[in-house]
Design a binder for this molecule. Structure first.
Ligand SMILES: Nc1nc2c(ncn2[C@@H]2O[C@H](COP(=O)(O)OP(=O)(O)OP(=O)(O)O)[C@@H](O)[C@H]2O)c(=O)[nH]1
Length: 441
């Protein structure tokens, strides 16, 4: 994906890594290399200049935090600035206990129908019950394509072969699904019209009929910067709440699409990376930039920077010890505990401590954490922030989504609660206690 950009950015990083010392000239050279790389992959000139200006200013003026070398600090700045270009990570904010309606917009061939089926499968796997309405009345094969792709994930598709009035199909579809216990309804729309204006008018009518909770704009990643105008035109007609960029597998110029859609203010939520139903990825700007810069090359730098940041920032620990721990904090602690892998190495190398942490204990712990990782990933943002929201119907959904039995979800919640009250009592100092409560200490 975006191989050209990736190669030139990692070449630029290598120059920094291999240099004998950092001076102004080298920083200017890095800035030029980054400019060239971004422009070649079609990122808008203004954005490119903005990024490299920040890069230069920060690299020249900022003092690296203690413990981070100047070189590593510059790589970290490059990573930060590129991630900023792509916005923040965003998740669906589904309301529990009702049908959340998502309408998919986009011009013909952008990949809407494919995205509808991919998303249907993706959300089903997260434990949501999904229904799809096929309202693309222009392309004859669209409904069949949608049905065939959704069949495999047991998602029902509502469509009407002989009805050309898409707003009425949407209305009928919503009525049809009304009686079903669905969490999400995806609405696929047409992208083909003689005139763009007709298409936009139809979108406005469908939007009125559907009253969606979210409009997702599907953009073809191969069209580069042009998508900015397209995104704007749609956004003026139906407020776009999120963007999906498709075909990033086959695009050399995807940088333009990514940057342009981020610049519309609507966040990129997913990317399509192939024609198969599973080729859909949740979009994370930081992970994406990590991949662009060659994760292998920069992972160590990022880990170190993060550790240094964490040392200086004990907000999380304060929250934990004051008994306000949420599910994210709980999981953070678990992850820290499973890093005992390295602690074990350390202990083993110290006389008198060798063999203190047994391997099977460690394995057991890792198993548990990886199980819980799936469970926590199946929770919504709200649930993670306030696990008290998780009632029995949510437990069912989370269990379905994570692929683990309800008992395991309950076990996790029980442990979270124990750990929370214990942390409060012990002011967050006794990690050992957590282990014991987990049956692992
Ligand atoms: N390589 C690749 N191809 C994709 C991706 N997403 C969609 N496609 C292909 O792009 C073509 C168009 O996709 P559709 O889903 O039919 O597009 P659409 O937006 O529904 O088109 P209309 O119904 O005409 O509006 C199909 O051949 C898809 O297989 C992707 O992420 N990567």
């Amino acid at each position: 994906m975006l191989d050209g950009l990736k190669n030139s950015l990692s070449d630029a990083i290598k120059k920094i890594v291999k240099s004998s010392g950092i001076d102004e000239e080298l920083i200017k050279e890095l800035s030029k290399d980054v400019q060239r790389a971004l422009l070649q992959s079609d990122v808008n000139v203004r954005l490119v200049l903005e990024i490299t200006k920040h890069l230069e200013e920060r690299a020249l003026n900022e003092t690296p935090p203690p413990g981070l070398s100047r070189k590593d600090h510059i790589i970290k700045i490059l990573y930060d600035e590129l991630s900023k270009l792509l916005g923040k990570e965003s998740e669906f904010d589904f309301k529990a206990g009702r049908q959340n309606k998502i309408i998919l917009l986009g011009i013909q061939g952008s990949g809407k129908t494919t995205v509808a089926s991919k998303l249907a499968k993706f959300l089903t796997r997260q434990g949501y019950k999904v229904g799809v309405i096929g309202a693309d009345t222009y392309r004859p094969g669209a409904l069949v394509q949608l049905r065939t792709m959704c069949e495999k994930s047991n998602v029902e598709v509502y469509g009407e072969e002989n009805n050309k009035d898409s707003p009425s199909i949407v209305k009928n579809g919503l009525k049809h699904f009304e009686v079903q216990p669905l969490d999400v309804i995806l609405i696929d729309t047409a992208g083909r019209h003689k005139e763009e204006q007709d298409l936009l008018e139809e979108m406005a009518r469908i939007n009125k009929a559907a009253e969606p909770d979210l409009a997702l704009l599907v953009i073809d990643g191969t069209i580069g910067q042009q998508c900015f105008n397209q995104a704007e035109a749609f956004h003026k007609t139906v407020p776009v709440g999120g963007v999906i960029i498709t075909k990033l597998d086959s695009s050399a110029k995807g940088g333009g699409a990514l940057a342009a859609s981020a610049a519309t203010g609507a966040q990129i939520m997913y990317i399509g990376t192939g024609e198969r139903i599973d080729d859909l990825e949740k979009f994370s700007p930081t992970r994406f930039v990590g991949r662009l810069l060659g994760m292998g090359d920069i992972q160590a730098v990022l880990d170190l920077a993060k550790r240094l940041e964490n040392e200086g920032d004990d907000v999380r620990m304060k929250r934990i010890s004051s008994g306000k721990m949420n599910m994210e904090d709980f999981f953070y602690q678990l992850e820290e505990v499973t890093k005992v892998g390295s602690l074990k190495g350390l202990l083993d190398s110290m006389p008198g401590f060798s063999g203190m942490v047994k391997n099977d204990q460690l394995d057991q712990m890792e198993d548990r954490v990886s199980k819980w990782r799936y469970i926590i990933q199946s929770m919504t943002k709200d649930e993670k922030a306030d696990p008290d929201l998780i009632n029995s119907s949510r437990i069912k959904r989370i269990a379905r989504g994570s692929g683990w039995p309800e008992g395991e979800v309950k076990e996790l919640l029980k442990n979270y609660k124990n750990s929370k009250s214990m942390m409060k009592a012990s002011k967050g100092r006794q990690m050992q206690g957590t282990l014991r409560k987990m049956g692992l200490g």
